[in-house]
Design a protein. Sequence first.
Length: 127
Amino acid sequence: MKKIFYTSSAMLFLTLSHGGNIDEGKKLFENKCTACHTVTRPNTTEAMNALIAPPIQGIMLHMNMNFENDKKAMMIFLKDYVMNPSREKALCMPQKIDRFGLMPSLKGTVSPEELDKIANYLSATYY
């Protein structure tokens, strides 16, 4: 019974600490990001060749490797990069940029408030 209580408390804390907007962030991610980014790596060669951007799971793996113990810095970077992408800031391997190109800026496509919710969702899901 204690285990259930602690698990439920932890889940409530995570939801509240992210402003309660994880579900909204997921919906925004699905509506604004999945046109280019799949969630996971495809499991067929045909699907891999059809990708137009790296899967978000791989992107977040690189984010976590670079911001290992600093979730706040990771979120700041993510929000800045989405609005102002550059080859110099990119955390992915150079061959990924060669294959997919540099991500276009999402200025005018996603608001700062929406980006906060998307970043909260990604950091809660993939951190």
